[in-house]
Design a protein around this ligand. Structure first.
Ligand SMILES: NC(=O)c1ccc[n+]([C@@H]2O[C@H](COP(=O)([O-])OP(=O)(O)OC[C@H]3O[C@@H](n4cnc5c(N)ncnc54)[C@H](OP(=O)(O)O)[C@@H]3O)[C@@H](O)[C@H]2O)c1
Length: 322
C-alpha cells in the first residue's frame, strides 16, 4: 500500500516520502480501516521537525518511533479482529491512531467510532485531536458556562475554530483573536467580536473576560492578567518559540506564579478519549459544531499541506484525501 513515511526529523519536503509498504493485518481487538482522509494540523510541523526537543521523549528520541506519518482518520471498515462488536465491515468510521497517511491502518477498536451522519470523510477526519483539545480546554479546564465572556487567542486555527464553536454552544459570548483576513471566518463560527493580532496586543482590547483560552500568540502572564476578571481562568493550550520547550516554559512560570495571581492558571495536555469523540459527534449532528476544512490535498502533497498550514495559508484545516 502507499504511505507517507518519515525516517528522520527535518523539514517536511526533505524527510517525508511516499513509499510502498506492506499493508497492516488486523489483530484481536482491532479494526482494519481503508483510510479516506487524514488531516494536517499546526502540530504536524513540530512533529516532523521533532520540536520541541522535550517532545522527543514521547515521539522518538533519534527518529520517529512510528515511521508512518499522520494521527487521525476517517474511512471505511474492511475487516474486524476477534472481540470487536461495535463496528462491522462497510461501516464508515473516524478516530485517531499513529500512521494515518496510508491507504490502510489497523486501529484498536476503542480509538474509533461511527462518523457523524452529516459529514463527508474529509470533514470527519478533521475532527478528533483538534476538537478534543478545544473541548478539554473550553469545557474541562476553562469550565465555560452560559453567559460568560470568553477570549480565544488563535481562533482561526485548527483548534481555535472548534474552541469558538464549543464555547458558543455552551452559551458563552466569544471574542476571537486571529489575522484580519480570517475575521469573517471566526465571526461565521459564532464570535461576537474579532481582534486582529497584528494590530492589537491583549491589553489593547480594553475589556475583561471570564476565561482566556490561549491557543496561539504567546502573550505574557502580565498581558493575560490585563484581560481577565478577578477569579477568571487562563487556559494554556499552545505556544511558540524556543527549540527546547516551544513556549511551554511560559506555562511553567504561570503555574508557579498561580498562587499569587488573582486568576486561575491551567495548562492543557489533551487526552485522546473515545467519550469525547462521541460528544463531538453529538455536537456535529446537532448542528452546533461544523469542522472547518479549508483545503484538500492528495497523498503525495502532505509536505506541502504542512508548510501551507505553517504559513497560515489555510482557513481552518488542511485535509489529505487518500
Ligand atoms: N495542549 C495540547 O494538548 C495541544 C493539543 C493540540 C495542539 N496544541 C497546540 O495548539 C497550538 C495551535 O494549534 P493549531 O493546530 O490550532 O494551529 P494553527 O492551525 O496553525 O492555528 C494557529 C492560529 O493562530 C493564529 N495566530 C497566529 N499568530 C497569532 C498571534 N500572535 N496571536 C493570536 N493568534 C495568532 C493564526 O491565525 P491567522 O492565520 O489568522 O493569523 C492561526 O490560525 C499549537 O501550538 C499546538 O502545538 C496543544
Amino acid at each position: 500500500m502507499r504511505a507517507v513515511t518519515q525516517e528522520r526529523y527535518g523539514v517536511p519536503s526533505e524527510v517525508l516520502r511516499l513509499r510502498d509498504i506492506p499493508a497492516p493485518e488486523v489483530g484481536a481487538g482491532e479494526v482494519l480501516v481503508r483510510v479516506a482522509a487524514s488531516p494536517v494540523s499546526g502540530t504536524d510541523w513540530h512533529l516532523v521537525l521533532g520540536l520541541p526537543y522535550a517532545a522527543r521523549f514521547v515521539v522518538g528520541l533519534r527518529k520517529p518511533s512510528n515511521p508512518v506519518f499522520g494521527l487521525e482518520f476517517a474511512g471505511t471498515v474492511t475487516a474486524v479482529g476477534a472481540g470487536v462488536h461495535d463496528v462491522q465491515v462497510g461501516d464508515e468510521v473516524f478516530g485517531w491512531h499513529g500512521g494515518t497517511f496510508a491507504e490502510y491502518i489497523s486501529v484498536p477498536a476503542e480509538q474509533l467510532t461511527h462518523k457523524p451522519r452529516n459529514l463527508s470523510a474529509a470533514h470527519a477526519a478533521a475532527v478528533p485531536i483538534a476538537s478534543f483539545t478545544a473541548l478539554q480546554a473550553v469545557r474541562d479546564l476553562g469550565k465555560v458556562t452560559a453567559g460568560q465572556e470568553v477570549l480565544i487567542s488563535g481562533a482561526s486555527g485548527c483548534v481555535g475554530t472548534y474552541a469558538v464553536q464549543i464555547a458558543k454552544a455552551l452559551g458563552a459570548r466569544v471574542t476571537g483573536i486571529c489575522g484580519a483576513d480570517k475575521a469573517d471566518l471566526v465571526r461565521s463560527l459564532g464570535a461576537e467580536r474579532v481582534v486582529d493580532h497584528r494590530e492589537q496586543r491583549l491589553p489593547d482590547i480594553g475589556e475583561r473576560f471570564d476565561v482566556l483560552v490561549d491557543i496561539y500568540g504567546n502573550p505574557s502572564l502580565r498581558e493575560c492578567g490585563a484581560v481577565l476578571r478577578p477569579g477568571g481562568t487562563l487556559v494554556f493550550v499552545g505556544g511558540t518559540g524556543g527549540r527546547l520547550f516551544m513556549g511551554t516554559d511560559r506555562w511553567l512560570r504561570g503555574l508557579i506564579a498561580a498562587p499569587f495571581l488573582r486568576f486561575d492558571v491551567r495548562a492543557l495536555v489533551h487526552e485522546d478519549r473515545r467519550d469525547d469523540l462521541v460528544t463531538m459527534r453529538e455536537f456535529i449532528e446537532s448542528g452546533a459544531v461544523t469542522p472547518v476544512v479549508g483545503q484538500l490535498y492528495e497523498l503525495d502533497r502532505v509536505a506541502e499541506a504542512i508548510e501551507d498550514v505553517r504559513a497560515g495559508k489555510v482557513r481552518g484545516q488542511a485535509v489529505v484525501t487518500i
